[in-house]
Every structure is written in C-alpha cells, then in structure tokens.
Design a protein around this ligand. Structure first.
Ligand code: SF4
Length: 216
C-alpha cells in the first residue's frame, strides 16, 4: 500500500467504485504526454472507449485530435489523454462525488509520474475538478486572463500533486474548453458564439501556453 492510500497492485483491477466497476467493460487508462507536454482531460470514457480500453477514440475524441493536429500536435508524440474517472458510468450518467474523489487518487499519481505542463480540461466536470465550481463560460473567461493553474482552486485530493508539479517547474497551465461532442459543440452561448468557436480559441490558448513553457 502506498502512502496516498492506493494499492498499486489493484490499479489494473480497481474496484474502489462498486457501481462503476460493475458497469465498465474495460478500465480506460490514461496515455502519457512527454514530460512538460500537454495532457487533455475529459470526464469519463464513452461507449467506444469502454469497449476497446482506450481514451478519446469516439467522435468527441476525434474532434479534439483534429483541432490539435491543426497545430502540429499528435497524440502520443506531443500530447496524452486522461479522464477524471477511468470507468464508464452506466447510461452515460455523470460520475458522483465519491467516484470522482476515488479516481482522483489515480489521476494525482499519474500527474506526478508524467509531469505535464499544460492541462486541457475538456468539458465542465474536468474544469470544475481543477478550477473549482462555476459555470464553464466563466472558467473560460478567467483562463483568458490568467491560465496558470492554482492548487487552491483544485479538488483537495489534487492539491498536493499540483503543488509538487509547481515546485518542479515555473507553473503549470490549465485551459478549460467545451466538450467536443457534436451536440455540445454546436450549441450557442449567451453572446451568440457557438461553443465550437470557443473550443477552437481555447485549444489555441493551450498551444500558446505549451510553446511558452517550452521556451522557458
Ligand atoms: S472509476 Fe477509477 S477509482 Fe473508480 S473503480 Fe474505476 S478505476 Fe477505480
């Protein structure tokens, strides 16, 4: 047993959340980015991810790939992917607070192991976990003024890992963006813009942060 309460022997057969352990087909493990790279983090695996055990392979994941490829970034070479929870919730429900807290133990350990410098937070669940409660459009506005991730805003389970990451480099960045599913993507926000345009702008901001971090 590790000092963070995780039993490493159980990572490949985790049953910390009984309902998720029962509903999943496969645990979807994160794929790392190179150290100092970009990690895209979503909420939970979808149906296709659950079946093949790989994250961001459904339509929403492919949309994100397309956006990042436009900026010259390729998955596994330049960026990695992860989810807040590793098991697919039944009926595509939102994972509950306990499930999120359970799986953040694994995510904290993964962040420390892989040391990303830029987090691209896809959808409101990932944004809330790292940036605190609040509507996504507000989180997005705030990141445009200051994209640096503050440990105090994050879920308490993540805070020690974020502090350690900050200690190793000159700050890590967190950029929230709307979920890339077709339905969410084509909705309009109150200022008349479609989420897709905002998503594209946020990806651009994440790439700028990555370039900045490579230059420092
Ligand atoms: S969601 Fe995470 S913590 Fe919960 S059972 Fe799956 S792997 Fe374990």
């Amino acid at each position: 047993m590790s000092n963070c309460g995780l039993n490493w022997n159980r990572e490949f057969d985790c049953k910390l959340c009984p309902r998720l352990a029962a509903s999943r087909t496969l645990i979807v493990f994160p794929t790392p980015c190179p150290p100092g790279g970009l990690l895209a983090i979503g909420e939970a695996p979808g149906v296709e991810e659950d079946e093949i055990g790989e994250g961001f392979v459904g339509q929403a994941g492919r949309t994100l790939d397309t956006l990042l490829v436009r900026h010259g970034l390729e998955r596994n070479r330049d960026y990695g992917v992860a989810n807040i929870v590793r098991c697919r919730p039944d009926g595509n429900r939102k994972p509950d607070k306990t499930e999120i807290a359970n799986c953040l133990l694994w995510l904290s350990a993964f962040l420390l192991r892989t040391r990303p410098r830029v987090l691209l937070l896809v959808g409101s669940t990932a944004a809330e976990v790292f940036l605190g409660p609040g509507p996504l459009h507000w989180q997005i506005e705030r990141s445009r003024n200051s994209p640096v991730l503050l440990a105090k805003d994050a879920h308490p389970i993540l805070q020690p890992a974020i502090r350690r990451l900050h200690g190793a480099v000159d700050g890590i960045f967190a950029i929230p963006m709307p979920h890339t599913s077709g339905m969410a993507w084509n909705r309009r926000v109150s200022n008349g813009k479609v989420w897709r345009e905002i998503g594209e702008e946020q990806v651009e901001l994440a790439v700028e942060c990555l370039e900045f971090s490579h230059a420092t």
